[in-house]
Design a protein around this ligand. Sequence first.
Ligand code: ADP
Length: 400
Amino acid sequence: MSLFKRKNQPSSTANPAPQNSLAELALANIHDGVVITDHNGQIQYANPAAATIIGQPSADMIGFDASLLLKIESIEGRKLPDNENLLLQAVRTGQALESYKVCLVISQGTKRIPVSFSVIPVNDSKGSRIITFRDIAKELAEEGEQTEFISTASHEMRTPVASIEGYLSLALNPQTATIDERARTYLNSAHAAAQHLGHLFRDLLDVTKLDDGRLRPTFQAVEMVGLVKQISDQYLMQARQANLSYQFGSTNPSLDTPRRLDQVVYGYIDVNFMREIIDNLLDNAVKYTPSGGSIYVNVIGDGDRVLINVTDTGIGISSDDLGHIFQKFYRADNSDTRTIGGTGLGLYLVKQRVEAMGGRVWAESAFGEGSTFYVSLPRISGEEYEKLSIALNKVQGGTQ
Ligand code: ADP
């Protein structure tokens, strides 16, 4: 007996699989699963690889709601409510989705395979969505080995690098050493390089902690406007020193985003992750905004999401770079960024932490004019906040 309820049985002409025999051959032989739905998410076509991965014959899938067959959980095995299920949202809204890594739950909930999903909306009369997915178990295992190596190597190298940095500082300090001007120039360069290496190892350790599962989010119900304000207000001095204006609760007037300072917005998040996210975004805003510029931070409730924006009027990011900045080690290469230090790991860390909390991060920018980084996280209601806070107090009370 089939597990799934069939919606309307499609007519035999419903299958939009390409009639072109070469294209059909390709779809029949690739290892990636391909499922095509209409705008309601009803499956119109599934290739043999999709059938193998899901464990249902292709013909049996036609007419089913894709969300019933493509049940997913986070890679860590956490259930995803609808508002965190980006696959479901992409199919429902017709928005494109790329490389969404989750676990596909199959065999009546008894088996989980890590897969990477993409959704491509098609501009045809049915509002079709092409969903592709591939098994990434091997990829994840290799990444795991790599992460372990990087983490051990960074850990081992941090101590000698700190010692090199310390001795160079002593050599450069007139109270502890006497050196001539030429040696000072060389040692200054060596000191800057040692500091860069130190930052690199620190950032590498931070990103591997989550990659290899040593670090997991500890969720907590919090009021987001207050929390983000508390974290970002600590940048007031740094902004002042760089001759930048900083404002919280306001957006760049030219961005035309509603100003809702008095809003109370609740989220269910990891406070330490939130701190790392805001710290990295504000570090960048300060670093990439020339003197005289401005930084704006804002938090609003946007339906079932909490939307945070960090905006600057800095050097901006070209459209070529914009699609890559969240990748590990990616740094835009132009005359401005070449003189500004960095490891290319900050935004990767931000993306990693945001996604671990069921959120999404993206950037909008005009080269030479400034950038806005958006973080969208699941929002909870006031009632849920009360309930979760009471539950937490009870647990804490019980453990005291
Ligand atoms: P980095 O350590 O190089 O700052 P990140 O991962 O934090 O690494 O950022 C990646 C790249 O994205 C940076 O090298 C820079 O080119 C670009 N970038 C990030 N934030 C900004 C910003 N606010 N303004 C302009 N460019 C930015």
